[in-house]
Design a protein around this ligand. Structure first.
Ligand SMILES: [Fe+2]
Length: 291
């Protein structure tokens, strides 16, 4: 297989997109991706579909795929570092959805989506342990899933209200990217959470990042909370993006030379409330996605 520096040239430039999860559009006042695309085509050039194999696609994701619009496949049910998790039944489900959705690639938080066996509705999502020993198993899982599907598998830095391990999160993912020879998905809001918890400035560790591997960015709202002396950021996917997240996103857009896709994660908000956020992100990424 050619190396990632060669493979990345075959990845399509998707532009600015929006995310969804099973049933998200059914919640009160939530965004309908098709309606967003109809009214504001440049804000929804593709749909990032959050997938649990046991649930499959909901009606809005199915309709989007049936219309032939571009998608990416965001997994919500795989612990990449566990070889037993990529069992035959799960892989058959993944391949079937790929045939339906024709996603440009697979991506998703590279953490623990479940504890113990996979089961319906887990959606636990803990970050990986940030130690050198955790790099190889995660990289092996990425390589295995890439080989099993024929698509790139972009690991994403997960959210968390506590992180364990001695490596900076960006150094950990840089090592994973190297070991798996893969591209990366940088979630700017998740990184802002991590930096705040670790007592770092928003751009600490940026020199660790192999920026030519960063294919996709996520930008999302967050809110700050305090309980006694403990403060943390909740990844609430609202429309208020924290200044730290903007700082990270602006620098990432400038540095990521192979950027192909940016997702605004705001799936449970009404369209009018999201438009100012989409407008600002569209302006930010325009230099990268100009025809
Ligand atoms: Fe994300």
């Amino acid at each position: 297989m050619p190396d990632f520096a060669t493979r990345v040239h075959a990845l399509p430039r998707l532009g600015l997109g929006v995310s969804t999860e099973y049933g998200a559009t059914r919640s009160d006042g939530a965004l309908d991706p098709a309606e967003l695309r109809a009214g504001h085509p440049t804000y929804a050039t593709f749909l990032e579909v959050g997938v649990e194999i046991i649930k499959g696609l909901d009606e809005s994701a199915s309709a989007w795929a049936a219309a032939g619009h571009p998608t990416t496949y965001h997994f919500l049910d795989i612990n990449l570092d566990d070889p037993d998790d990529q069992d035959d039944a799960w892989l058959a489900g993944v391949r079937a959805l790929i045939a339906t959705m024709r996603p440009a690639w697979l991506c998703g938080d590279a953490g623990l989506w479940h504890f113990g066996r996979r089961d319906r509705g887990h959606m636990l999502l803990l970050p990986p342990i940030l130690v050198a020993e955790a790099v190889a198993p995660l990289a092996a899982g990425i390589r295995n899933l890439r080989a099993a599907t024929g698509l790139e598998v972009l690991p994403e830095n997960p959210p968390g209200s506590a992180y364990v391990g001695d490596l900076h999160l960006l150094e950990f993912f840089a090592r994973v990217a190297e070991a798996a020879d893969t591209g990366l998905l940088l979630d700017c809001a998740h990184l802002a959470m991590y930096q705040r918890l670790a007592g770092h400035a928003p751009r600490t560790g940026f020199d660790h990042v192999p920026w030519d591997r960063v294919v996709e960015l996520h930008i999302a709202g967050g809110s700050e909370h305090r309980d006694g002396a403990f403060t943390w950021i909740e990844d609430d996917h609202g429309t208020a993006v924290l200044p730290d997240t903007w700082e990270i996103a602006e620098e990432a857009v400038a540095r990521a030379t192979n950027l192909r896709a940016v997702v605004v994660e705001c799936e449970r908000n009404p369209i009018p409330a999201t438009l100012p956020l989409f407008a600002r992100v569209a302006e930010l990424v325009a230099p990268r996605f100009r025809p």
